[in-house]
Structure formats: C-alpha cells, structure tokens
Design a protein around this ligand. Structure first.
Ligand code: SF4
Ligand code: SF4
Length: 288
C-alpha cells in the first residue's frame, strides 16, 4: 500500500477521488469525472437500501442501516456484491439526505446507531463524512451514534479524517494471510486491515466491535488465531463470534455450513479467551 509522506499534508478523501487511492487497489481513476475503479463507483453517491434493523449486535440496535454499493474485495461467498448495481435510491447530495434522515429520526423512530455499511462503505467515504457532519450539526447531542461497518480494507490515513465525524466501528476480520486470497480475493488483506483495526482502536473512543464469521474449513487456520490476535491486541474491543455461516450460492451443488465440531471448537476457543467484552452471534450469552 502507498504510504503518504508525512512531511506533506495528506489530501482529504474528496480530493483523493480525482486519482483514487482510497484503498490498496490504487486505481488512480478520476472518479469526479465519472470514471469507476475496481469497486465500481465514481463520485456519485450510490445507496441501494436503507432501513431500521433490529438484527445487528445487541449493543447497537435499533440500527439504521445504510447499504452503499460497491466493494473493493471479491469474497466468493458474498451475498451483497451483485445486488447493488441496478438498485440505486434517488439520493444525490449529502445535505438533503442528512435533512431527510434527521426528519425521519425525530418524527418517526430514533435509532441508537446509524450504520454505514456495504458493499464496502469506505469506498464512498467523502459522501459518508459530508452526510454525517450535517447530521451531527442538525441533531446535535440527540444524533444517533454514527458507525462505519467496514471490511477495513482502506488506507489507515483515512481514520484521521473520520475522527470527530464517525463515532465508532464495526469491523469484519475475516481470515489470516494463508487464506486471504481464497476468502477475500486480496493478497494484501491482512497487512492492510490489521493496521487499520489497531489504529482505530487507539484513536477512537466510541463503540468498537470486531466481528469474525466462522467459515467452514477455516477454524484452525483462521478462527483460532484471530481470537488470539484480538485477545492480545485489542483486549477492550467487543469481539463478536458469528457461527451462522451457510453458503447458499446456487451454483454450488450442496450448501456448505460449518460442522457441529467446528462450531463447538470455535465456541470453546472463544470462551477460553475470556474477553472482557464479547458477544456470541450478536447477543449476550451464558457467562456474560
Ligand atoms: S476506492 Fe475504488 S476506485 Fe478507489 S482505489 Fe479503491 S477500488 Fe479503486
Ligand atoms: S467485503 Fe463484504 S461486501 Fe465486500 S465482497 Fe466481501 S462480503 Fe461482499
């Protein structure tokens, strides 16, 4: 990944769209002129659905979810990647969208959290920051906590720009380097994502959740070392072990899910880690 020279000011994410380098794909397309990079986005905000959701982690619900189109990873099991292309809500500018959100929250239902989620939201960071800033201005201290639900595959320098606007994170930590190409499609997944997770842990005070979805055939190589890595490196984070994966891709002959033994092993390693703060499948569980 390109490292910015700290002697020079780092351009903000909006300026960086002109030769986009927000993530390690380093497409250098001019998104402000309608060019799209690997993630499929130019500079136009693309949101394909938004709704109040009660099924997120128990500590952040009700969460108002904003699904943004485009992603910079290519996880083969992804349920979202191909949904976004044709479904775009008529949302064009940050100011009017923030107004609409504030009206909905104040007049209809106030969420505990607003979650920017994908695809991968960081590929549309300028719009997220503009809208979130406006929302903070309009709602003041009644504003729901604003969370970025992200794969973490972006330039860690962007975290400095998020500070003060994004209140917290839901990270998805997927796999170890040995399996990153197979699971995420990126050869530099781990080396990119872990510095982002560590830096966010250091500089943000708000909600901080790290999810790990247990994948079939990846408990010993990925789940076990990820539990240990989180225990050692981000001990105060809320660790959410997710054990409900099923692969429903129609092109597969049979669905693939984690075995009973894999689920039991993962749960045992998770319990043995004695996290201060943790959830199992998004909820509290016996012993918490
Ligand atoms: S955010 Fe999109 S256009 Fe920019 S570098 Fe990443 S994949 Fe390429
Ligand atoms: S990071 Fe998420 S949205 Fe992107 S391809 Fe992977 S599962 Fe899909």
């Amino acid at each position: 990944m390109k490292i910015q020279n700290s002697e020079f000011p780092i351009p903000n994410s909006k300026q960086r769209l002109q030769s986009c380098d927000l993530c390690p794909r380093q497409c250098h397309v001019d998104r402000t002129q309608g060019e799209c990079g690997f993630c499929g986005n130019d500079a136009t905000p693309r949101i394909y659905q938004h709704f109040m959701h009660l099924g997120e982690e128990i500590t952040i619900v009700p969460a108002f979810i904003i699904n943004m189109a485009g992603c910079n990873l290519t996880c083969p099991t992804c349920p979202e990647r191909f949904r976004f292309a044709s479904q775009r809500l008529p949302i064009h500018d940050a100011e009017s969208y923030a107004q609409r959100l504030a009206q909905y929250f104040i007049n209809k239902r106030m969420p505990k959290s607003l979650e920017w989620i994908g695809g991968e939201p960081s590929v549309q960071l300028p719009f997220i920051l503009q809208t979130s800033e406006q929302l903070h201005k309009i709602m003041g201290n009644t504003c729901p906590q604003i969370l970025l639900n992200t794969n973490g595959y972006f330039d860690a320098n962007l975290l400095n720009e998020m500070k003060g606007t994004i209140d917290g994170f839901v990270f998805d930590l997927k796999c170890l380097p040995s399996c990153q190409k197979e699971i995420t499609g990126a050869e530099d997944y781990w080396e990119t994502v872990t510095p982002v997770i560590l830096r966010a842990y250091q500089i943000f005070d708000g909600p901080y959740i790290v999810r790990h979805l247990v994948m079939p055939g990846h408990t010993i190589c990925c789940t076990r070392p990820i539990i240990e890595w989180c225990r050692q490196n981000i001990p105060r984070a809320c660790f959410n072990l997710m054990t409900g994966f099923e692969d429903f891709r129609p092109e597969r002959v049979a669905t693939r899910e984690i075995t009973r033994q894999e689920r039991e092993n993962a749960r045992q390693w998770f319990m043995d880690a004695h996290f201060e703060n943790c959830l199992l499948d998004g909820s509290y569980f016996n012993g918490q």
